[in-house]
Write a protein that binds this ligand. Structure first.
Ligand SMILES: Cc1cc2nc3c(=O)[nH]c(=O)nc-3n(C[C@H](O)[C@H](O)[C@H](O)COP(=O)(O)OP(=O)(O)OC[C@H]3O[C@@H](n4cnc5c(N)ncnc54)[C@H](O)[C@@H]3O)c2cc1C
Length: 396
């Protein structure tokens, strides 16, 4: 059976960033990913707010990524029902907001890792820990297994590691999101702004990535199973938006088919985050595996990047990179590092999750009474609705 010091499960944004952060701190890890290759297409693009850029700066990949996407200058919310419009300018004092192609982010993180860090085609089936052993046995679907001293679950919203930690199952909002990229070979005419159009309980977002490429999403109420065929996704979205302005419908008609996807939105309940046990011995979780949340603030990915910086820093502060060789992690102390990590992250992710939960409930309900209640809660609990972007995860 193979042996390793630190195993990270999942090579999404969080798992790749985790491998990179640990590498920068002299801690060697392997990343086990179920897909046969990098999952760099799903989800099309991702908005990164100032807090996410701070984490990317710490990981040393921000500068390259800045060249891949324009800086957004404004947010605009346009109600097509009543014609109301709200503008929020994003000044240099507000920090940096850009929308990255997921491919650029994933590829950049992957390229910064030592060669061979990610093992593809390794789908974790189970994890067991002997009562006297300091190691965990990871079994994979292909029949192989490895022993790891430390396990970090970055395996997303249906995490096997979260189950091992006995975390409550994640839940679903009665909402889903269609996402896509549209390329304008001769350039588009949109301002560098995040525009959000609302009509009949449907929200369409449009964000330029550069002067040719535009990311869009469409949030809608939907409980039943979602479709997978890109042509069906496109046609259903066009039907839903039949009374939307022509330029929006054209954007969707011209979308790159391979970029189209539809996601039913999941979340870990804020009260489960408040009470959950996020580490057990030398096993912990990060990213969506820990705190999957609705995308209404565009913070899930950035919160995962923050986790990574905090976890790698905490491990390094406890001297876990100072074994006989720089690749050896001392087991004693890992538990303490994980406890500190969870302590530092808990209230941050509870607040993000609570804010997104209330927004999700607000959009998902048709009851006027409930809507009023959720709006009041948001005003009361989150008077500065963008203050979550001020968060600084600190130095790596
Ligand atoms: C519609 C929508 C819009 C969003 N917009 C934004 C945004 O603008 N900004 C933002 O910051 N966030 C956004 N998010 C959230 C963001 O996409 C996620 O928080 C982020 O991608 C989570 O990354 P992760 O690496 O933790 O998990 P994932 O991306 O889910 O990656 C998990 C990885 O683990 C692998 N894996 C799973 N199970 C196993 C297993 N058993 N064995 C081995 N490998 C496994 C998977 O294949 C995958 O590669 C959005 C989410 C949605 C749904």
């Amino acid at each position: 059976m193979e042996d390793c010091e630190v195993a990270i499960i999942g090579a999404g944004i969080c798992g790749l960033a985790m491998g990179l952060a640990l590498h920068k701190k002299g801690i060697k890890s392997v990343i086990m990913e179920r897909s046969e290759s990098l999952r760099n297409v799903t989800g099309a693009a991702i908005g990164i707010r100032p807090n996410g850029w701070r984490a990317l700066d710490q990981l040393g990949v921000a500068e390259n990524l800045r060249h891949t996407a324009v800086r957004l200058r404004r947010e605009r919310v346009i109600s097509l029902d009543g014609g109301k419009q709200k503008d929020i300018s994003l000044t240099p004092w507000d920090g940096e907001t850009r929308c990255l192609r997921r491919k650029d982010l994933i590829d950049t993180l992957y390229a910064a890792l030592p060669l061979g860090t990610v093992k593809f085609g390794r789908q974790l089936e189970s994890i067991t820990s002997g009562s006297h052993s300091t190691k965990h046995v990871l079994r994979f679907i292909d029949g192989s297994s490895i022993m790891a001293k430390v396990v970090i679950g970055c395996d997303g919203g249906k995490s096997i590691i979260a189950n091992f930690l006995s975390l409550k199952p994640t839940k679903t909002f009665p909402l889903c999101a269609v996402r896509g990229l549209t390329n304008y070979p001769n350039g588009h005419s949109y301002n560098h702004e995040f525009a959000r159009f609302t009509k009949d309980n449907v929200i369409v977002g449009r964000i330029p990535i550069d002067d040719n490429l535009v990311y869009w999403f469409c949030l809608q109420r939907r409980d039943e199973n979602v479709w997978e065929d890109p042509e069906v996704i496109r046609q259903s979205t066009l039907e839903l938006l039949s009374n939307y302005p022509q330029e929006i419908r054209e954007m969707i008609e011209e979308t790159e088919m391979k970029s189209l996807s539809v996601t039913h939105m999941r979340y870990r309940a804020p009260w489960d985050l408040l009470m959950g046990t996020f580490c057990k011995g030398t096993v912990t979780v990060a990213g969506d595996a820990m705190h999957i949340m609705g995308p209404f603030l565009g913070q899930g990915g950035s919160a995962g990047l923050e986790d990574v910086v905090v976890l790698a820093r905490t491990m390094s502060q406890l001297g876990l990179n100072n074994g006989e060789s720089r690749s050896k992690v001392m087991t004693h102390g890992v538990e303490e590092a994980f406890n500190r990590f969870v302590k530092q992250r808990r209230m941050r992710v509870v607040r993000l999750s609570l804010q997104t939960y209330i927004i999700g409930m607000l959009w998902g309900t048709s009851s006027i009474l409930k809507k009023i209640l959720y709006i009041m809660l948001l005003i009361l609990l989150f008077p500065y609705q963008h203050s979550h972007t001020d968060y600084d995860c600190g130095y790596l």
